[in-house]
Design a protein around this ligand. Sequence first.
Ligand code: CP
Ligand code: NVA
Length: 309
Amino acid sequence: MAAKRDLLSMLDLESDLVGILELAASIKNRTKAGEPYEPLRGKSLAMVFEKASTRTRVSFEVGMTQLGGHALFLSPNDLQIGRGETIADTARVLSRYVDGIMYRAFKNENMRELARHATVPVINGLDDKEHPCQIVTDLFTVLERKKAVKGLTLAYVGDGNNVCNSLFLGCAIAGMNMAAGVPKGYEPDGHLLASARRIAKTSGAELRIVHDPFAAVKGADVVYTDVWVSMGMEKEKEEREKVFLPYQVNEKLVRAAKDDAVVLHCLPAHRGLEITDEVIDGPQSVVFDQAENRLHAQKAILVRLLAGV
Ligand code: CP
Ligand code: NVA
């Protein structure tokens, strides 16, 4: 039997990102044409959510249905994990029933533990270090809008969080330049950034971290932001809202990027904090196309990992 393939980090897509993006485009075209495509007929996906979700939950569940399969929503309160059953045993048991596990975890260690003991593919639906499904979607959205990713420049403004870490890896793999404008003390993960820099040496992507948001967006084709207070960081809310105020993506900041720059946000957005109404509802925003694309991009990930398409 071939080894199972997980998607825990963007690093797991180092040699297959282009392929996944092409597959996502063809799956989206088929869906839009109303053509049935059900390579996951009879297959089941367990979805374990330790944190809230709108997009990830709905897009995975609908994606599995459209591909002919079935998804089960499981929260730790419903599972015996909530009463002390180990992650390892949960992984072993779920693997006897389902064909894949999507996991949204507080800790990357738990994500890795589940994947180590599961004998079916595990997909990271966000943890404290990464959000790979989001970044595949984001690159797909840029490719649709700009007809390229390589050689373009993405500016990420805000917190050096899970989304920022995965964006650095995704841009490095895709050969897209990236500048992060983050406050001092809120830089992305050092290990993941080192991996991104290693990959960028080959792909030619230029990766920068600056502390001035205007320096980050200068010359950018894409302006990206995310929440200032990620799930699990609620205790730091007051402090963070003060520190991040100069990093708000507002009209003045967007004007400093290229005239035809597009604005992305993984959502949920806190309007009036990291992004203003004018920007998110403005002509350069593509955030709702981006949200839709979670469905198409994840269907590509699902068929690749669960059916080897
Ligand atoms: N962007 C994203 O992952 O959204 P949800 O938290 O709603 O799944
Ligand atoms: N950085 C955010 C992303 C939400 C989709 C969080 O982890 O809460």
